[in-house]
Design a protein. Structure first.
Length: 182
């Protein structure tokens, strides 16, 4: 559990094998468990892992507002809101603001399915990022700036593409790809 906002964590692997869950969402057990959005937290070369990603999580499902470099998490990693700075980070399914907002700065990040603000808003700046199916505001809104990004089917705002969204050399695969034309 991390309560201090000015923490720097580097070169650490955090894991959780099992725990008794106290509820759903943000209160469920996690390997990395910040108590709130910590804007001054800095994580570098950190691995967060869970043996059972559907009962206990690699990272707590809250807002991630700090600076993250080469951080890897599993399913549901990087919270329901990803508003920080993410460089060379990797998440599993439902990563980077899944069901919420991906409003941060993302450089060379990779997510499994349902990543990068899937059912909310992908309003951040995304450069050289890769997502599987249903990524980049797929079921919600894509309103950010996307440069050299790759998404699977139903990615890039297949629900809504905001008129202010910018797409530069982005690629989509699969069916029902709805990349904006603005």
């Amino acid at each position: 559990e991390q309560t201090a906002d000015d923490v720097k964590i580097s070169g650490l692997t955090m894991g959780i094998t099992s725990a008794s869950s106290t509820g759903s969402g943000a209160t469920e057990a996690s390997a990395y468990f910040p108590t709130t959005a910590l804007a001054n937290a800095v994580l570098t070369d950190v691995i967060c892992q869970s043996e059972n990603p559907y009962n206990v999580y690699s990272m707590r499902r809250i807002e991630y507002a700090g600076t993250y470099t080469r951080v890897a998490g599993g399913t549901n990693s990087f919270g329901t809101t990803a508003s920080g700075t993410f460089t060379d980070c990797t998440g599993g399914e439902d990563a980077f603001g899944s069901a919420g907002t991906a409003s941060g700065t993302f450089l060379r990040c990779v997510a499994g399915g349902n990543g990068f603000g899937v059912y909310g808003t992908a309003s951040g700046t995304f450069t050289d990022c890769v997502g599987a199916v249903w990524c980049f505001g797929a079921g919600g809104t894509a309103s950010g700036t996307f440069t050299d990004c790759v998404g699977g089917g139903y990615s890039f705002g297949s629900g809504t593409v905001d008129a202010g969204a910018v797409f530069i050399r982005c690629h989509g695969a699969g069916t029902h790809m709805n990349v904006g034309t603005t």
